[in-house]
Design a protein. Structure first.
Length: 323
């Protein structure tokens, strides 16, 4: 699914809804903290119950989440950060350091640096992988957890890659003919020529209503996406064969044991985290609150903002008058 994420998160576009304020990025200051030998960018503001937001990709910067959720600093302490190799943070010296486990440890070190006893954890897309792994390893540090358009396993990630590729093959046969030809010649996801062709596939499958809907981004962005992080975590042929540390992920047997109050959000028309698999959370994590957004794709907070933020506020017990 790299092609959809690569294009979407990198676009600078229109702002929709009160939570997606174009100038919200100006309210935050980048701060570099040394974590595990690397400079990691952390941007935090506000007081009240702390909330940390974990971006997707893997490889995305914090910018799009800050654009959508930054205004919550008016009621809570919000924490946005760039993981290793993302945004303003340092690159890894060795690509092997790009892993789910390392992302989890960096998240825990950020909590320590900010001297927070507990925080609510919000993950979007790949960010839900880190959120779940963190909640399983550090359960006492998570007060509440929200999983937006997430994944419970590498198997689910693989199935959704397969689903997207089948969609692309049947809806865009001419483009797929070129892709298939390159595959037969041995090209894989991270090859620049293949990546360019595969990345040209339309991204309308992500959004249900409005394919022109874009993430609110700051005017200046160092980098909204780093493909090296993506390939490092999901594998060199990530659009077809999920390997790397992602391939080994499987939370299904542990989800029912998570005691942290959890909200799972899914989009009916999500072509990245498809409903077929997203709804499995109701089986594997029956104690969680599960909400399907019937008119959304991968980003319900953009497509159904009124419903989404009402649910978000209620679950985190955020009072409207404080915002």
């Amino acid at each position: 699914m790299k092609n959809t994420k690569h294009i979407i998160w990198g676009l600078v576009g229109l702002v929709f809804g009160m939570h997606a304020q174009q100038k919200i990025h100006d309210d935050f200051e980048p701060q570099l903290f040394t974590i595990n030998g690397y400079n990691i960018n952390i941007e935090t503001r506000g007081s009240g119950g702390p909330i940390v937001f974990i971006a997707g990709g893997p490889g995305d910067s914090h910018d799009y989440l800050q654009g959508n959720f930054g205004s919550y600093y008016k009621s809570n302490q919000v924490v946005f950060f760039d993981g290793l190799g993302r945004g303003l943070s340092d690159d890894a010296k060795d690509a092997k350091e790009y892993s789910v486990a390392n992302d989890v440890e960096i998240l825990e070190e950020i909590r320590k640096v900010l001297d927070l006893e507990q925080w609510s954890v919000v993950g979007h897309s790949y960010g839900t992988i880190v959120a779940q792994a963190y909640a399983i390893k550090y359960p006492k540090k998570v007060s509440k957890m929200i999983l937006i358009s997430g994944f419970h396993s590498g198997l689910m990630w693989q199935a959704n890659c397969d689903s997207y590729n089948q969609y692309a093959k049947t809806h865009f046969p001419q483009k797929w003919k070129t892709i298939d030809s390159l595959r037969k010649k041995g090209f894989i996801s991270r090859d620049s020529l293949f990546s360019k062709v595969y990345g040209s596939l339309p991204v309308k499958y992500v959004y249900y209503h409005n394919t022109k809907l874009k993430q609110p981004m700051p005017k200046k962005v160092k980098r909204s996406w780093n493909a090296e992080v993506y390939y490092g975590i999901v594998g060199d042929d990530a659009d077809f064969h999920v390997t790397g540390s992602m391939g080994a992920i499987d939370f299904r047997k542990q989800l029912s044991q998570i005691k942290t109050p959890t909200l799972v959000v899914a989009g009916r028309y999500d072509g990245v985290s498809t409903p077929e698999f997203a709804m499995q959370y109701k089986h594997y994590m029956p104690q969680a609150e599960f909400v399907m957004f019937e008119n959304s794709g991968h980003n319900p907070y953009l497509e159904e903002p009124e419903k989404f933020f009402k649910l978000f506020d209620e679950f985190l017990e955020i009072k409207e008058k404080d915002k």
